[in-house]
Design a binder for this molecule. Structure first.
Ligand SMILES: Cc1cc2nc3c(=O)[nH]c(=O)nc-3n(C[C@H](O)[C@H](O)[C@H](O)COP(=O)(O)O)c2cc1C
Length: 158
């Protein structure tokens, strides 16, 4: 098991969290949840409205600083829901704040129909990092999620 990895994720309704926990169970390392200081509303319409506004204005909402020794990590599994075609703004802002040059970033996205622009967006947030193929998971991945993760890790030599 690789001890030098972190599984960093944002999750509003637990799909991405479920996948993150499966990845950690298979890959090891530290599980790191990113949370906005101002929580998102539970009401779906209000949530969509706030997310659309943040995306339109290019806002990265401040996040609670996680307690994690990122310097010791070589591989960063990074997970987000697809929110309106993009990764969640708090995770995008957190990624931008890390210096991941020379590290490996293995992104995963959960979605309700497609992963949007995540595959293009994530490399721009991690300059100098090697970004692997995006793992795209519908919902929480269901029963086949471990198989999908294992095949993805194998294809990308993680
Ligand atoms: C604000 C919002 C926007 C969403 N936009 C999309 C989208 O554009 N495309 C899509 O396939 N799913 C979209 N979804 C569905 C989520 O990506 C999907 O349910 C995801 O697995 C949720 O992850 P979570 O449970 O970790 O928060 C959206 C959900 C929310 C709440």
């Amino acid at each position: 098991m690789d001890q030098h990895c972190a599984v960093i994720y944002f999750s509003q309704s637990h799909h991405t969290e479920t996948v993150a926990k499966h990845i950690q169970a298979l890959a090891g390392g530290q599980l790191v949840r990113i949370q906005a200081m101002q929580p998102y509303p539970s009401d779906y319409r209000a949530l969509v409205e706030r997310v659309k506004q943040e995306i339109a204005e290019g806002v990265f909402p401040p996040v609670e600083q996680p307690d994690c020794d990122f310097n010791s990590c070589d591989i960063f599994y990074v997970g987000s829901p697809n929110w309106c075609g993009q990764i969640a703004p708090p995770l995008a802002g957190f990624l931008k704040s890390l210096d991941l040059a020379g590290k490996t970033v293995a992104p995963f996205v959960t979605h309700g129909g497609g992963s949007g622009k995540a595959a293009e967006e994530i490399p721009t947030l991690c300059p100098g990092a090697t970004v692997t193929e995006l793992l795209e998971v519908h919902g929480d991945g269901g029963e086949s999620v471990d198989e999908e993760i294992t095949a993805w890790r194998h294809r990308n030599q993680l």
